[in-house]
Design a binder for this molecule. Structure first.
Ligand code: UDP
Ligand code: MG
Length: 318
């Protein structure tokens, strides 16, 4: 096999403090990989500016003007979120025809030297190489706990997803073609690559603490991501609603027969008040819960049916 052309895709949102260091580190690393004949000299960085409101874009523009072959930039018209930025990078990079690409965060929390290991696996014929975090030492307790709960829950629902997955991964150009055929709006990348089949490999890497700037994710954006992951990959919660509804229906039927019997046979209608109140409360609660779950899916459907563009590109520096 010839040395592959590698594209490193980097989503950036308000990363003015971190980005120059990242660009420098990755350019040096690309040069080293080229010198060692691991990747082709046509390899490049592909940056997606996710509607930053700080100086990120002007920094990217400056670096692009100095080195247009190595640094390409895509600018969103506003902030669309990290998943859309990664997706746009993966889809739009196809026009440069790289043999494979790696997605990595702009804060370089993922050890970029793992890319060599990704490439080794790629050369062995793996089309998808996923980075798995060695541990979660750099995460706060609540983030660690919710992430773990998320992976346990989604596995329980029958979705095949390795815990401590990340969006740090290598995919081949064939995988990019398949990805372009997935037209859903809320594409949960970690799940969708699992579905493709293809030869796949996992590589473990260390996570570093964020050196510059701060995390762009808060509790709510992480929860949204988790909910999207669940509702776009599993209909088990919906089935849970139907099964529970079915059981509740039969139970209430039995209760009703019992009530009628009490009234007709024993003329005993005053007692049993507690049972009725409890049953009402439980059923009422369950109904709300079930409607909530249905609502989640309806919300997803609503967005899918509208089929709005997933992102809007304002400019591109080729
Ligand atoms: N990011 C993005 N759009 C957003 C939020 C984040 O493109 O709306 C990028 C961000 O610039 C970084 C990556 O996604 O390159 C991961 O974000 P961050 O490091 O803040 O997340 P954390 O590591 O804390 O999970
Ligand atoms: Mg980070």
């Amino acid at each position: 096999m010839q040395v592959p052309v590698l594209s490193i895709i980097i989503p950036c949102y308000n990363e003015e403090e971190a980005i120059e260091n990242t660009l420098k580190t990755l350019l040096d690393y690309l040069k080293e990989l080229t010198d060692r004949n691991i990747v082709s000299e046509k390899s490049f960085l592909y940056l997606v500016d996710d509607g930053s409101s700080d100086k990120t874009y002007s920094i990217l523009e400056k670096w692009h003007n100095e080195n247009p072959d190595k640094i390409k930039v895509l600018k969103f018209s506003k902030n669309f979120g990290n998943q859309k930025a990664i997706l746009a990078g993966l889809l739009e990079v196809r026009k440069y025809n790289p043999d494979c690409c790696v997605t990595i965060d702009a804060d370089l929390q993922q050890d970029e030297r793992t890319i060599e290991k990704f490439l080794e696996e790629f050369k062995k014929g793996n089309q998808i190489v996923c980075g798995i975090r060695n541990d979660r030492k750099t995460d706060s307790f609540s983030k660690k706990f919710t992430a773990l709960a998320f992976y346990k829950f989604i596995n329980l629902l029958g979705v095949d997803m390795e815990p401590n997955h990340s969006d740090f991964r290598l995919v081949s150009k064939e995988v990019l073609e398949v990805l372009s055929r997935y037209r859903e709006v809320n594409l949960f990348l970690r799940g969708v690559f699992q579905e493709f089949g293809f030869k796949k490999q996992y590589v473990y890497f260390d996570v570093r603490p964020r050196l510059q700037g701060e995390s762009k994710f808060n509790f709510f954006s992480l929860m949204t991501l988790a909910l999207q992951g669940i509702t776009s990959f599993s209909i088990v919660p919906l089935r849970f609603v139907s099964v529970t509804g079915f059981i509740m229906f039969f139970t209430s039927l039995l209760l009703a027969i019992h009530a009628v019997y009490e009234k007709v046979a024993n003329q005993n209608t005053v007692s049993g008040w507690a049972t009725i109140v409890m049953a009402l409360a439980i059923i009422g609660g369950l109904q709300i819960l079930c409607i909530g779950i249905i609502g989640e899916y309806l919300g997803q459907l609503f967005q899918e049916v509208k089929a709005r563009p997933r992102y809007i590109v304002e400019k591109e520096l080729e």
